[in-house]
Design a protein around this ligand. Structure first.
Ligand code: ATP
Length: 355
């Protein structure tokens, strides 16, 4: 059994009568890398700030290792934080920035110096101690911010969109670096982002939030492959939606723009004549190429998007359109625009979504 480190017990938060966090219950394990994911304004930062102690919950309790931390001010919560904007002290060099928390805590000069050196090594910037923030790139500044947060040996690390000001390549390499350091130290970490790819790539578990509610809490695999709600399915990853008419609910028969298909997982309430929406991921769909699965549909290529290792095709199916991914195989060029094709998918890959 994993050990619960942090518990949010029925947390709510209102600002001037508007409720922005609505009864959130979450248990995070020791050493886990958790991501709070959701669109702008869904309450991610507010939850993080309540854990840090910068905001008080309107109701509910936050427990760390079973103890209510509400009486503790932020500086007694043993938390390290990194923010989106580079929040380094501009008039202090890297050494002094990283050593700042230690100095406040009264750690002596020698111990401080050795801890700072250890931290600079950890973030891959040994020898940068005498530089000032303006002499560093954005990525280097965020690494120093991370070192500063970790230097006092916090029990928990809170990262509020730490990568969003960086360019795409640095963002990817730094997120992997952060994850490697986090694993090394085994520190319980909460990472806030609105970028679903970032969340899927580095988290042990993801909390998907919408308008102050938890939509789903699960591993990247679960959140992507078994989305609990329509919101999760559309916010995390790409999703196709096809309009279909139920023809025989007893055996799952539907008509997709006049073409017959069998969907084993029709909603129980479906009646003959109902119009329903079928959804599926692009990678669940393929070109038939002699390997037809349960559902086969005739269509016409409407778009060919070459993405490098993958080619994303959009195929028109009468009033519907479906997107699918094919691997880029140098020996087999993709179908051309306007070409007639057949697309196929397994009935079990049709997602049945709750509202
Ligand atoms: P973003 O990704 O844009 O940072 P978020 O999910 O982190 O969004 P929060 O910053 O938690 O969202 O804000 C949630 C809601 O609470 C927003 O509607 C915001 O305007 C509101 N809010 C946050 N802080 C305050 C405050 N101090 N006073 C009033 N309203 C606030």
């Amino acid at each position: 059994m994993a050990e619960t480190f942090l518990r949010l017990d029925n947390i709510t938060k209102s600002f001037a009568g508007t409720s922005v966090v609505k009864g959130v219950n979450l248990d995070f394990n020791k050493g886990e890398f958790i991501t709070l994911l959701g669109p702008s304004g869904c309450g991610k930062t507010t939850i993080l700030r309540m854990v840090a102690g910068f905001e008080r919950p309107s109701s509910g309790t936050i427990l760390v290792e079973g103890k209510d931390i509400s009486p503790l001010p932020p500086n007694q919560r043993k938390i390290g934080m990194v923010f989106q904007a580079y929040a380094l002290f501009p008039n202090m060099n890297v050494e002094d920035n990283v050593g700042f928390g230690l100095k406040i805590a009264g750690v002596g000069t020698d111990e401080r110096r050795s801890r700072v050196a250890e931290m600079l090594k950890l973030i891959g910037l040994p020898g940068y101690g005498k530089r000032f923030p303006f002499e560093l790139s954005g990525g280097q500044q965020q690494r120093v911010a991370l070192a500063r947060a970790l230097a006092p040996k916090p029990k928990m690390l809170l990262l509020d969109e730490p990568l969003s000001a960086l360019d795409a390549k640095i963002r990817v390499s730094l997120r992997q670096e952060i994850r490697a350091i986090q694993r090394d130290l085994g520190i319980t970490t909460i990472f806030v982002t609105h970028d679903q790819e970032e969340a899927l790539s580095i988290s042990d578990r993801i909390v998907v939030l919408s308008a102050g509610n938890v939509e789903q809490f699960g591993s990247p695999f679960e959140v992507y492959n078994q989305p609990a709600t329509r919101f999760v399915a559309t916010f995390v990853g790409q999703l196709n939606s096809l309009r279909a008419k139920v023809t025989n609910p007893a055996n799952g028969s539907v008509s997709i723009g006049g073409q017959q298909a069998v969907v084993p997982s029709l909603p129980k309430t479906a009646k003959a004549g109902d119009t329903i929406t079928l959804t599926m991921r692009p990678e669940a769909v393929s070109l038939a190429n002699g390997h037809a699965r349960d559902i086969v549909l005739d269509g016409t290529v409407a778009e060919v998007n070459f993405l490098g290792s993958v080619i994303r095709l959009k195929v028109k199916l009468g009033e519907n359109a479906i997107e699918l991914d094919t691997f880029n195989d140098q020996r087999t060029p993709p179908p051309a625009y306007d070409q007639k094709v057949q697309v196929t998918l397994a009935g079990s890959d049709v997602l049945v979504l709750g509202e």
